[in-house]
Design a protein around this ligand. Structure first.
Ligand code: CMC
Length: 432
C-alpha cells in the first residue's frame, strides 16, 4: 500500500498523497494544499520542489549518479557520441542504424543559415557578448519558421522532428558564425559530408585557402564535452525552458530563453569563470594557496569557480570523466598547459581542506572543461556558447514533455508577499 503523509495546521490534520518515482524518488503531493488550507509551500529557489514528472534524466546528487533515459552517463561518454545521445534524450531510445542515419541527415539538411538570417548578425557590434547574440538569433528562428512556431502545442508537436533538428543543427552553425563575425572573418558554411562536431570545428577554424580538418582526438573531445552537457534534469535553464514552454510558447522561443538563463556565471557562465580564475592565479604568480584562502571568506564574488553544485553533494560524475579526458587530450596533443597544473593543485588542496569538505564542495563539470576547450583552440568568450550547443537536446526534450502533457498546467509559482500593506496614493506635491 502506498504510504500517506499529512500536514498538521493548528489542531487539524490534512492528508496529502505521496508520489514515488521509478527510481524510488519520493514526494509529497501538495497541489491541493492551498485550496484546502490557505497555505502554500515556501521553497525559495525551488531546491526542494518537484515541478514536474519527467522521464528524461535521473540524477541522484548524493550518490553522484546521472542517467539519461536510464543509461549511465559513464557508458554514454565512453560508448556513444553527441548526436546519438541527443536522439536518446529527445526520443527516449537509442536509435537503430536507420533512425540514426535519418536523424543525421535531417541535421545535415538544416545546418545552413539562410541569407536573410545572416543579415541579423550585421546588426550587432562585433564586441557583443556571444550568448546575447546566440539567444536573440535563436529566438529569431520563430520568425523565420512561423509554420513550425505557431504557439499551439498540437500544431508545433506535429512539426516537432523538423523543429528539433533545425534547432540542434542551427544552434551549432550560429555559434560558429558568431565566432567568425566577432573576429571579422568571412563565414564558413557547413559541409554536408562532415559529422556534427567535425563540421562545427571546420566552420570555426577554416582559414582562407586552408580547410580545417579536425584531428580525430579533437573531434572526439568536443563530442564528449557536448555529450556530457546534453541534459541535466531541472537545472536553471531547463526549468526556464519548461516555464516558457508551459505558456504554449514554441520550441525556438523556449530554447532562446534557456540560453539566456544559461548565460549567468552561476550556471553556464562558470566554465569561462574557471578559466579566468586559473589565468589570474597564473598571472599573479600564485600557486592557488592565496585564492583558496580568499574563497573561504564566504563572498560570492570570490568563490572557487568550478567547485560546488546545487545538487551533487558527493561528486559530479561528469567532472571525473572530463578530468580524465582533459589529461588524455593534452597528452595526445602534446600540450603542456600551466593552467592544468594550477587546476590540479587547487583541486588537491581543496579536497584536503575542511571548508570545502564540510560543505561538500567538489569539482563540477566546469572545472576541467575550460582547459579542454582551450586546448581545442576555443576562446574563453565562446565557452558558454559551447555549453549551449551541448544542452540544446535536453531543452528540446523537456519542451516536448511539457507540450505533450495533456494534464500540464502553465508554470505559475506563488509567493509570500513581504512589501508594504495597503496604503493610499499620495499626490506628488504632498510627497516628502
Ligand atoms: N567556493 C567557495 N565556497 C563555496 C562555493 C565555492 N565554489 N560554493 C559554495 N560555497 C559555500 C557557500 O559560501 C556556502 O557557505 P556557508 O554555508 O558558509 O554560507 C556553502 O558553500 C553552501 O553554498 P550554497 O550557495 O548554498 O550552494 P548552492 O547549492 O546554493 O550553490 C553553486 C551551488 C554551484 C551556485 C555554488 O557552489 C557556486 O557558486 N559554485 C561556483 C560556480 C560554479 O562552478 N557553477 C557551476 C555549476 S555546474 C554547471 C551546471 O550544472 O550548471
Amino acid at each position: 500500500m502506498a504510504p500517506t503523509a499529512s500536514i498538521r495546521l493548528g489542531d487539524k490534520d490534512y492528508p496529502l498523497p505521496v508520489m514515488v518515482g521509478t527510481e524510488g524518488e519520493k514526494a509529497v503531493d501538495v497541489r491541493k494544499l492551498r485550496a484546502e488550507t490557505g497555505y502554500i509551500c515556501y521553497d525559495q529557489g525551488y531546491g526542494n520542489t518537484g515541478s514536474c514528472e519527467s522521464a528524461i534524466t535521473y540524477l541522484d546528487g548524493d550518490n553522484g549518479i546521472l542517467r539519461h533515459r536510464g543509461i549511465p552517463i559513464e557508458q554514454l561518454a565512453h560508448k556513444s557520441d553527441f548526436v546519438e545521445t541527443a536522439y536518446l534524450i529527445i526520443y527516449g531510445e537509442l536509435p537503430n542504424a536507420e533512425k540514426r542515419k535519418a536523424f543525421g541527415m535531417l541535421l545535415r539538411q538544416h545546418a545552413a543559415i539562410e541569407t536573410q538570417m545572416q543579415r541579423i548578425f550585421e546588426g550587432y557590434p562585433t564586441k557583443a557578448p556571444p550568448m546575447a547574440m546566440l539567444s536573440s538569433i535563436v529566438a529569431s528562428l520563430a520568425a523565420h519558421y512561423p509554420d513550425l512556431a505557431t504557439n499551439n502545442f498540437e500544431k508545433d508537436l506535429a512539426s516537432f522532428e523538423l523543429a528539433a533538428a533545425i534547432t540542434i543543427s542551427k544552434v551549432r552553425t550560429i555559434a560558429a558564425m558568431i565566432y567568425r563575425y566577432q573576429k571579422g572573418l568571412p563565414y564558413v558554411f557547413p559541409k554536408q559530408d562532415l559529422p556534427f562536431c567535425d563540421n562545427f570545428l571546420h566552420m570555426m577554424f577554416t582559414e582562407p585557402y586552408k580547410d580545417y580538418v579536425a584531428e580525430p582526438e579533437v573531434a572526439r573531445a568536443l563530442n564528449m564535452l557536448l555529450l556530457l552537457h546534453a541534459d541535466h534534469e531541472q537545472n536553471c535553464s531547463t526549468a526556464t525552458v519548461r516555464t516558457v514552454g508551459s505558456s504554449a510558447a514554441n520550441l525556438f522561443t523556449a530554447v532562446s530563453a534557456g540560453i539566456c538563463a544559461l548565460s549567468g556565471p552561476l550556471h553556464g557562465g562558470a566554465n569561462s569563470a574557471v578559466l579566468q580564475m586559473l589565468q589570474s592565479i597564473y598571472d599573479e604568480g600564485d600557486d592557488g594557496t592565496r585564492f583558496i584562502a580568499a574563497a573561504k571568506q564566504g563572498s560570492k564574488a570570490g568563490r572557487l569557480m568550478g567547485f560546488g553544485h546545487a545538487v551533487y553533494r558527493n561528486f559530479d560524475p561528469r567532472a571525473r570523466i572530463v578530468g580524465e579526458a582533459c589529461e588524455d587530450l593534452l597528452n595526445k596533443l602534446g600540450i603542456k598547459d600551466p593552467l592544468l597544473a594550477i587546476a590540479k593543485k587547487l583541486e588537491e588542496a581543496a579536497l584536503k581542506d575542511d571548508y570545502f569538505l564540510s560543505r561538500k564542495l567538489y569539482p563540477n563539470v566546469d572545472f576541467y572543461s575550460g582547459i579542454i576547450m582551450r586546448a581545442l583552440g576555443i576562446p574563453v568568450s565562446m565557452f558558454t556558447v559551447i555549453f549551449a550547443i551541448g544542452r540544446t537536446p535536453g531543452w528540446i526534450a523537456n519542451w516536448r514533455e511539457v507540450a505533450a502533457n495533456p494534464k500540464g498546467r502553465i508554470y505559475r509559482p506563488r509567493q509570500i508577499y513581504v512589501g508594504p500593506v495597503k496604503r493610499d496614493y499620495v499626490l506628488m506635491a504632498d510627497r516628502p
